[in-house]
Structure formats: structure tokens, C-alpha cells
Ligand binder design. Structure first.
Ligand code: SF4
Length: 378
């Protein structure tokens, strides 16, 4: 039985069947991963892509990904670099590495298919409780309730919940409520209806209460300030980092790029303009020169500034300062990187880069002519 009082729970549960599901049947968006039949593989890829990412951003990636890797076998057989290239600018690149790893496991242990058993699903890399429940219910019809950010917000408002939703005790309580409100005969529709309500009507700012099918049972609407829910304790200030990067040219006007190590780190396996975080008391040229010595074992001369790219990651922000540079002595070695390449600004498309590094590429391509060594270092 639900942790909330029957006086609140019973009308809520009744409204799920008579209000929420009819509203969803009429208003559900026509999204590519909802097309019937819903192959489990497509459900899996869409759920991973949709983590922390907006639906309209995901749609073109989803189409490209399924066209290039139509199933686990094609995905498992592809080099990781190809998967990262298709994932470029979608962010949270560990997701791409995890699905590549999971595809290999599917081919090796599950006949190239996603297992329908939620316990087996949960053992795959990259699948947490949320994604496991989503795939199990959407692709296989298991009665598992999904609790994502949208659902948490809707529930917190329906209950006018005074508890901090960042606490695991609150999440547990809401998961219990989601389980209790799940219609066993329509688990996928119930889950998706809550998520859709949060995405279309009960939005973080300015919820559209007059159009909401659940307004008759919503306690936040009675408070007149539905936006006050969910209650969240104040966020810590996001740290800011200042980072330097070298755009190193050689006498053939080629540019040096480095590949990040494949294991560990948020941008593992991607390519970058080598550099790193500034240390206390350093100037930017000193920072870049030190980083290149540590990362690739080369002594460089740091030249003119090219661009500063501001970028926000989920837990910190950066200002990425790119300077032109040239090698004074030494040959690039892979001390703190996995590889290197000399390329030109027309060939950057051959390599997967992070969004911040794309800011540098953009600045290089915006120059009227490709940068020339002898102009920069006469
Ligand atoms: S009535 Fe308003 S606050 Fe309540 S669930 Fe609907 S949209 Fe959200």
C-alpha cells in the first residue's frame, strides 16, 4: 500500500485511468522511437540518448545512429571511434562507450538481442534502475514504474510535497508512489503518460495547469504556486575552471591533435587540442607549455591567442583559451594521451571532438585563410 494517505492516493489512482491515459492517447507526441513495433534495440538507444538530453536534440542523432548501426551486431563490430563520431556534440560520451561495450556483451552472451528479463538487463553497462525500468516496460511490457526528472516534478506537485526531492528518502517515497500508481495492464502507457505530462504540461517553469488532466487531484494547484514544487535545497555554486589548449602548427601548416586516453575521464577516447587546467600563479602561455611537456613530452613556443571558448558541463564550467604554438624541441609522445595526429582544418571532421574543442575548430574555420606557420612564427 502506498506511503501516502488513502484520502489522497485513491482519487489519484482513479485519475490515472480516467484522466491521464485518455489525455496521453490523444496528446502523445509522434516520436521516432515510439513507432510500432518498438524494437527493444531502438528503445534502448533512445533511452540512453535521452538521458540529460532534450528530445529535439536526440531525434536526428537517433535516426543517424540506427541507420549506421541497425542492431547490436553492427554496433558491436564497429570501432569505438565510429560510435564516438556519431555521438559527437551529444555530450556525456561515457554513454556511447557504455552502449558499445554493452553491444559486445549482447552479441557474446545474448544472441545479439536485448534480454527481456529486467535482472539481466540491469547487468548491462550503462543501465541503471531508471533505464532498466524504462526498457523493460516500453519494450517488453514489464510492470516496472519509471521515475525520471519529469515524473518526480509531477508527483511532487500533485502531492504539494514539502520534502527535498534531492534526498534519496524522498526519491524512495516517490518511487513507491510510482509503483503503486502503475496500471499493471498498461505499464508502458502509464510510464510514458507521466513523462509526457511532465514534458508538455507540468513543465519546470509556467506549468499549464488549466490544460492539465490531473488538475482535479493536484494539491499544488490549490496552493496557487505550483512552480514552488518540487522543493530542492539550494545548489552549490558550480566550480569554474580555466583551461589552456595549444593549436600547434608544423612547417607544413598541419595542426597537432591528441587523443584522450580510452579509460577514465569524461571525454575519454575523444580528440582534442592538447592542453589542460591552469595552475595557481601561472600565465596562460606557461600553463599551455607545461601541459604539453607533461602530456606529450614536447617543448613548445606559445604564440598568439586564437579564441576563448566558454562551455558548461553538468558539474562545472570552463573557459578554454586556445593559443597558436609551435614545437621548439622533441617529438610528440603519448605520456598523458592515447595518440596524436597531424591534420588540417579541412580534415577535423575525420575525428570525434568534444563541443568545447569544436569552438576552437569553428574559430579556425572562420579565419579567411588556413593558419600558416611562417605568418605566425616568422
Ligand atoms: S495541475 Fe498544474 S501543477 Fe498540478 S500536475 Fe497539472 S500542471 Fe502540474
Amino acid at each position: 500500500m502506498s506511503a501516502i494517505s488513502p484520502k489522497i492516493f485513491k482519487p489519484l489512482r482513479a485519475a490515472v485511468r480516467i484522466r491521464l491515459l485518455p489525455w496521453f492517447a490523444k496528446n502523445a507526441r509522434d516520436l521516432p522511437w515510439r513507432a510500432e513495433p518498438r524494437p527493444p534495440y531502438a528503445v534502448w538507444i533512445s533511452e540512453i540518448m535521452l538521458q540529460q538530453t532534450r528530445v529535439d536534440t536526440v531525434i536526428p542523432y537517433f535516426h543517424r545512429f540506427l541507420a549506421r548501426f541497425p542492431g547490436p551486431a553492427a554496433l558491436a563490430a564497429a570501432p569505438l571511434q565510429d560510435v564516438l563520431k556519431l555521438w559527437e556534440n551529444l555530450g556525456y560520451y561515457s554513454r556511447a562507450r557504455q552502449i558499445h561495450k554493452a553491444a559486445k556483451i549482447l552479441v557474446r552472451d545474448h544472441g545479439g538481442r536485448l534480454p527481456s528479463d529486467p535482472e539481466q538487463l540491469a547487468t548491462l553497462p550503462g543501465l541503471g534502475p531508471y533505464t532498466t525500468a524504462a526498457i523493460a516496460s516500453f519494450a517488453f511490457g514489464h510492470p516496472l514504474a519509471v521515475l525520471d526528472g519529469n515524473v518526480i516534478r509531477v508527483f511532487a506537485r500533485l502531492l504539494a510535497l514539502p520534502d527535498d526531492v534531492g534526498l534519496s528518502a524522498t526519491k524512495k517515497k516517490l518511487q513507491q508512489l510510482a509503483n503503486d500508481l502503475l496500471l499493471r495492464d498498461q505499464p508502458a502507457a502509464t510510464n510514458e503518460a507521466w513523462m509526457e505530462l511532465g514534458a508538455l504540461i507540468c513543465t519546470p517553469r509556467a506549468p499549464r495547469c488549466p490544460e492539465c488532466p490531473m488538475r482535479g487531484v493536484c494539491r499544488a494547484i490549490k496552493s496557487k504556486t505550483p512552480e514552488a514544487f518540487p522543493v530542492k535545497k539550494k545548489k552549490m555554486k558550480v566550480p569554474h575552471k580555466v583551461v589552456g589548449a595549444a593549436v600547434i602548427l608544423n612547417a607544413k601548416n598541419q595542426i597537432l591533435i591528441a587523443q584522450r586516453k580510452a579509460e577514465g575521464g569524461m571525454l575519454a577516447g575523444l580528440w582534442e587540442f592538447p592542453g589542460g587546467k591552469i595552475a595557481p600563479g601561472e600565465t596562460m602561455p606557461q600553463c599551455i607549455a607545461r601541459e604539453l611537456k607533461e602530456e606529450m613530452g614536447i617543448d613548445i613556443e606559445v604564440g598568439p591567442h586564437l579564441v576563448t571558448v566558454p562551455h558548461a558541463y553538468s558539474h562545472f564550467t570552463i573557459d578554454l583559451h586556445a593559443h597558436f604554438a609551435r614545437i621548439r624541441s622533441g617529438r610528440p609522445r603519448h605520456l598523458e594521451c592515447a595518440g596524436h595526429a597531424w591534420t588540417t582544418r579541412d580534415r577535423f571532421g575525420d575525428f570525434p571532438f568534444s563541443k568545447a574543442d569544436h569552438g576552437i575548430i569553428h574559430a579556425l574555420r572562420a579565419l579567411p585563410e588556413p593558419p600558416r606557420y611562417r605568418d605566425l612564427f616568422p
